[in-house]
Design a protein around this ligand. Structure first.
Ligand SMILES: NC(=O)C1=CN([C@@H]2O[C@H](COP(=O)(O)OP(=O)(O)OC[C@H]3O[C@@H](n4cnc5c(N)ncnc54)[C@H](OP(=O)(O)O)[C@@H]3O)[C@@H](O)[C@H]2O)[C@@H](O)CC1
Ligand SMILES: [K+]
Length: 494
């Protein structure tokens, strides 16, 4: 599990550790890790051209000390200081001592000369701001961020790309686009959640000895998901494996039911009961003869894909909520839930809501909040947590990064997925998978985390080689995704 901590937690852990160490030791550790990554990226350090973008805080200090290490190995290092009077004194002395050049950015005939330097560099180190950053990058730092983006140099961000909010991943204005981010002590949420995650490039974590408390955000890996996936026991039967009731599809949208059903079957349900109009039931059964049409005992319901919002749909939604079992609420059922408000979920033993940003806006309106879709996409952690608390339910907020929040405030981010999953029917596949896991007895949060992970992985498999895929292809790739996760979780053979 990758674990991320917020700025407040990092600062507290840093203070506790600094009290035990000589002055500057922590920054030396950070800078040593940073310099090692830069050297690896350069290949040949001697004779290479390195430009440091140096802000006024310790993030700039890390860059200067790493730059000194590279200069001692023969790199030509130029430090561009954004605030010469306030740059890290120890870092400046170290770089000067190692033969690096120190250039106040504004004394250079800024910005032209600074641009030339950045354009000619092999590697640019972004030490403008780290966890002390607030809001979008201010001038003239924003201009340097643009210059770095235009340069052919490899861009390495120190701790996190400047301009990315460490706690939320929000990018208020310009931000540095890094090829690699070297982060210290622990992951920051902004490195895992879009839009910030998309600015970070490949992230390397340098252990500096921090011992932070429980994380604010977790990103599961294959082994974590393998530990959640149900394995049928020798004496199991279809009821023990979990029966899912699927209330999806309508005469207008029969395909959603077919896709969700096929995906649930591939995600290990013992049996699937389809609940809906006769014509749709016929389509589902003809595509998947394993499906039983009609009501009966189930361990969980999944309700919503292609459901429609008319009288008949409302009846199916109400029946699912009244069933006394966990319920996954998606698509049209989210619209009905937003209308009814959180009280509709009272008495449901475990609800999992799976909105995209637009549906989240509707649900939030039911709580008296009025963010726009763009607001939700810019700060998805914040809004997912708010929804989970307001509806007292687990929320899986779908999007460029999918996040899961449970009502106690635990939050996960899904590291799998691909933009190719933005295709019609993709959400129906996710509903089938997560619904099956819910029926198998996973908690709503576990079903959401594992469901999003498998769905994202199946999407990557289906679009391997940068090839577009249909939702049916994603569904068909579920067994391969499941297998990949299982293999990673299997104990090594002796
Ligand atoms: N924690 C740890 O364990 C360790 C931490 N370490 C390192 O310390 C870093 C944190 O250092 P930090 O606290 O000095 O803050 P930092 O990120 O340099 O930024 C502050 C400066 O940025 C400026 N600024 C702010 N917003 C801005 C904007 N939008 N646009 C432009 N400028 C903006 C702000 O200016 P001001 O607002 O004061 O004018 C202020 O001067 C951390 O990320 C890591 O790299 C490692 O060395 C060792 C282990
Ligand atoms: K930075």
């Amino acid at each position: 599990m990758r674990e991320a901590h917020d700025v407040w937690q990092v600062r507290a852990a840093e203070a506790a550790l600094m009290a035990l160490l000589p002055d500057g030791a922590l920054m030396e550790r950070a800078a040593a890790g940073l310099a090692a990554t830069c050297a690896g990226l350069l290949g040949r350090v001697h004779g290479s051209r390195v430009v440091l973008l140096v802000g006024s805080g310790d993030n700039g200090g890390d860059a200067l000390i790493a730059g000194a290490r590279l200069a001692r190995r023969g790199a030509r290092v130029d430090a561009l200081l954004l605030a010469p009077q306030r740059a890290h004194a120890g870092g400046l002395a170290a770089l000067r001592g190692a033969g690096g050049r120190i250039l106040p950015a504004d004394a250079l005939g800024f910005p032209a000369a600074a641009h030339d330097l950045v354009a000619a560099a092999d590697l640019v180190v972004d030490g403008i701001v780290g966890i002390g950053g607030r809001g979008g990058l201010r001038a003239p730092a924003d201009d340097l961020a643009r210059a770095a983006a235009q340069s052919r140099a490899v861009v390495v961000a120190v701790d996190l790309p400047s301009g990315v909010d460490a706690d939320t991943g929000a990018v208020a204005a310009e931000a540095v686009r890094a090829d690699v981010t070297v982060t210290f002590g622990t992951w920051k949420p902004g490195l895992l959640v879009d839009p910030g995650a998309s600015y970070a490039g490949a992230v390397e974590l340098v252990d500096i000895g921090l011992q932070p408390p429980a994380p604010v955000l977790r990103a599961p890996q294959h082994v974590d998901i393998a530990a959640l996936l149900p394995t049928p026991a020798r004496e199991t039967d279809k009821y023990a494996r979990g029966v899912l009731g699927l209330a999806a599809g309508s005469e207008r949208y029969p395909g959603a039911a077919v896709l969700a059903a096929g995906s649930a079957l591939r995600a290990g349900v013992g049996a699937l009961r389809y609940l809906g109009p006769r014509a749709v039931a016929d389509a589902v059964v003809s595509a998947h003869p394993e499906v039983m049409a009609g009501s009966g005992r189930v361990q969980a319901y999944a309700v919503g894909p292609g459901l429609d919002t008319g009288e008949e749909a409302r009846g199916r939604f109400a029946a699912a909520l009244d069933g006394g079992v966990p319920v996954l609420v998606d698509a049209d059922a989210l619209t009905l839930l937003a209308e009814a408000g959180p009280k509709a979920l009272e008495g449901v033993p475990g609800a999992l809501l799976t909105p995209h940003a637009g549906e989240a806006v509707r649900l939030l309106a039911g709580l008296g909040e009025s963010p726009t879709r763009a607001d939700v996409e810019a700060e998805r952690l914040t809004w997912a947590v708010r929804l989970a608390a307001g509806y007292d339910a687990t929320v899986l907020l779908k999007g460029s990064t999918t996040v899961v929040a449970d009502p106690r405030g635990e939050v996960w981010v899904n590291p799998t997925g691909t933009p190719y999953l933005a295709t019609a029917g993709s959400g129906d596949v996710l509903t089938g998978v997560a619904g099956a896991l819910l029926a198998a007895g996973l908690t709503p949060a576990e079903a959401a985390v594992a469901g999003a992970y498998l769905h994202g992985l199946a999407g990557r498999i289906a679009s391997d080689g940068d090839v577009p895929c249909a939702a049916s292809d994603v569904s068909a790739a579920l067994p391969a995704a499941w297998r990949a996760v299982r293999e990673a979780g299997a104990p090594d053979e002796e």
